[in-house]
Design a protein around this ligand. Structure first.
Ligand code: UDP
Length: 338
């Protein structure tokens, strides 16, 4: 297939582009590099032995997108591009709505204009909010508690409406739990700008001495060790989930939603210990107050993806920590090293 990938130079995007190229698909990446690096695509090409085409553009740029569709004639789109920091989204909500919703409109219009009828969308388990108890099934109630999460929730609804109005349009919404890890080669991985918001990148920087200690946000949750429980999924498993969703859309019309997680919750301290095991380095930490907006536990019921896509997560958090450690040790400044 010919697959146009927005945000394909980013963390999850680059691992998925690699999996697409390795499977024999042709790929065109559209990415404005606002939070990613072209070096990731050079390394993907090196690993795959073949290249993705690349257009540097914001997905809201209708003229650039039109030219990309006209030149590449994609059969399907995977839409990763988007702003993704929860805290930042509460500070600059309009930017989040403009970028995340606007890019989706431009993309859907370009797809319609160029006879492309399949889209896989990067959504998030954040849409389950605090409305019910985990494990979350795809039918659990959805909502959101911050502007970032609301953009994901709104885009899901926009895609559902678009699919209801157009019998040709096929939509896969993938709700990611907590992506972690890196490619086993150590060549591509997560390269957050500034102070990492997410647990594993922060722990990784503590292990290399770039940060003093981890702040553990609360140990008084109603969980086995009192710290938050999450469903950490290896990014290479996640990438494989996108290929499974694309395959499914090839044979089925309509609008579909799948959780991509492991179904096996881990605490903050489980992750600290797994990373200590992988790195051989002690991770100093301090228990501090809960982070506003955090829930005690979030993890997936993964039955539907297993049944319908034949997909399941295979890699452990220990493997993810080993892969992140390798990536971090070999690229202490991320892609800026090269
Ligand atoms: N967390 C933490 N210290 C940090 C970052 C995260 O204790 O510096 C905890 C957070 O409270 C949550 C878990 O780690 O229980 C995962 O947080 P992350 O931000 O990675 O993902 P989220 O589940 O919030 O999307």
């Amino acid at each position: 297939m010919r697959v146009l990938v927005t945000g394909g130079a980013g963390y999850i995007g680059s691992h998925t582009v690699l999996a697409l190229l390795e499977t024999g698909h042709d790929v065109l990446v559209v990415d404005d590099l606002s939070n990613s690096s072209e070096e990731s695509l050079r390394r993907v090409a090196e690993l795959a032995g073949r290249e993705a085409r690349f257009v540097q553009a914001n997905v809201r740029d209708a003229a650039a997108l039109d030219a990309a569709f006209a030149g590449f004639s994609p059969d399907a789109v995977i839409h990763f591009a988007g702003w993704k920091a929860v805290g930042e989204s509460t500070q600059i909500p309009l930017t989040y709505y403009r970028e995340n919703l606007g890019s989706t409109f431009t993309l859907l219009e370009a797809m319609a204009a160029h006879d492309c009828h399949q889209i896989v969308f990067s959504s998030s388990a954040t849409v389950y909010g605090e409305l019910s108890e985990p494990p979350f099934t795809e039918d659990s109630p959805t909502g959101a508690t911050n502007p970032y999460g609301r953009t994901k929730h709104m885009i899901e609804q926009i895609l559902a409406d678009a699919a209801a109005a157009d019998a040709e349009l096929r939509v896969a919404v993938l709700r990611y739990f907590n992506p972690i890890g890196a490619h086993a080669s150590g060549r591509i991985g997560e390269d957050p700008k500034g102070i990492p918001n997410n647990l594993l990148p922060f722990v990784a920087q503590v292990a290399t001495g770039r940060r003093d200690k981890l702040m553990v946000f609360g140990d008084d949750y109603p969980t086995p060790d009192g710290t938050g429980l999450r469903d950490y999924i290896h990014v290479v498993d996640l990438a494989a989930g996108h290929l499974a969703a694309l395959d499914y859309l090839g044979g089925h019309g309509g609008f579909h939603v799948w959780n991509l997680g492991t179904g096996d919750p881990k605490s903050v301290l489980d992750i600290v210990h797994a990373y200590e095991g992988a790195s051989g380095v002690a991770i100093p930490y301090e228990i501090v107050a809960r982070r506003p907006g955090d829930v005690a536990a979030s993890y997936a019921d993964v039955t539907r993806a297993h049944k319908e896509l034949g997909w399941q997560a295979r890699k452990s958090v220990e493997q993810a920590c080993e892969d992140t450690f390798r990536w971090q040790s070999e690229n202490p400044d991320g892609f800026a090293d090269s």
